[in-house]
Ligand binder design. Sequence first.
Ligand code: SF4
Length: 371
Amino acid sequence: MSTATATATAPAAPAAPKMRTPIESGVPDNKQYMHPTMLKNYGNWKWHDRPRPGVLHHVSHSGDEIWTVRAGTQRQMDVYTIRKLCDIGDQFADGHVRFTIRSNIEFMVADEAKVAPLIEALTSSGFPVGGTGNSVSMIAHTQGWLHCDIPGTDASGAVKALMDDLYEEFIKEEMPNRVHLSTSCCEINCGGQADIAIIVQHTKPPKINHDLVANACERPAVVARCPVAAIRPAMVNGKPSLEIDEKKCMCCGACYPPCPPMQINDPEHTKLAIWVGGKNSNARGKPVFMKMVASGLPNNPPRWPEVSAMVKKILYTYKNDARSWERVSDWIERIGWPRFFEKCDLPFTKYLIDDWRGSRSTLNASTHIRF
Ligand code: SF4
């Protein structure tokens, strides 16, 4: 047999194994969604201004200009509302919209002639235009009854009721500085620092359903979850369960997510508290933690009138008393906490005193990276 014949009949080498492609689950590249004018001028903006409340105007070194129109929505949106907003985006903003960190919706327009018709289309469809500069921006909120598995209140409902009252403050820029409000439907998970925040307040320890704990909860994980070491394993009615030292429990609700049989939500004892003076940014001053100034307000759906009245009392005292450019935290720092309580006509009670010493060494109070 010749060498050439042997080569022709040799079996083909096995194909190299196909490598598994990694699943990309991070944040997608935002440039693929950007308005073409923004993409073209990315990082090349010369100056910007606000021609009216709710409209930002950016001018590039290339001479290109773009107008951003900001609108508010009813927070939890159905598919019909989202389609309506998308249709408006298709008609006036070349099909590009984005949401801000506080869930305002923004439409980008490269043609100034389209700005007024876009504003008219939004307002006539019930979406107020505003939320820029020294206004009350959309209220950030946690998921509430629709999505969250541990909500003590419907944060989005409380926000809708309050924004209905603060409509004028959204469409005008008449506050001393920008005002960020937020609502949290539990005490421990989502939420952040805000100028004025509405936060759920549990006022009694969890009530344990001992029949369910062994099947539903990983007990060591629940014990480890408690920040004040108030939970211990226990045998109850012959079944492995948990028990709470109620003298230690500070009613935070951290044990409820990993162990739903430790029910802490309660129509009577779950209340709402108001916190003020928080700030996430480093602008003009360091970030500041909020402090509780009103506690035990009724959790009163569907309009939460007591909570809205309290927020408005604090907000309008700030509006009338603060100097230009003072955020709520700057204002309070200047006048002092005793004057804040006097001016807002709020009682200072023992429930506002933070006596949890663990916070001094465990809470991270700066934005510096630690190693
Ligand atoms: Fe501990 Fe908070 Fe649960 Fe009380 S509510 S037992 S403090 S985790």
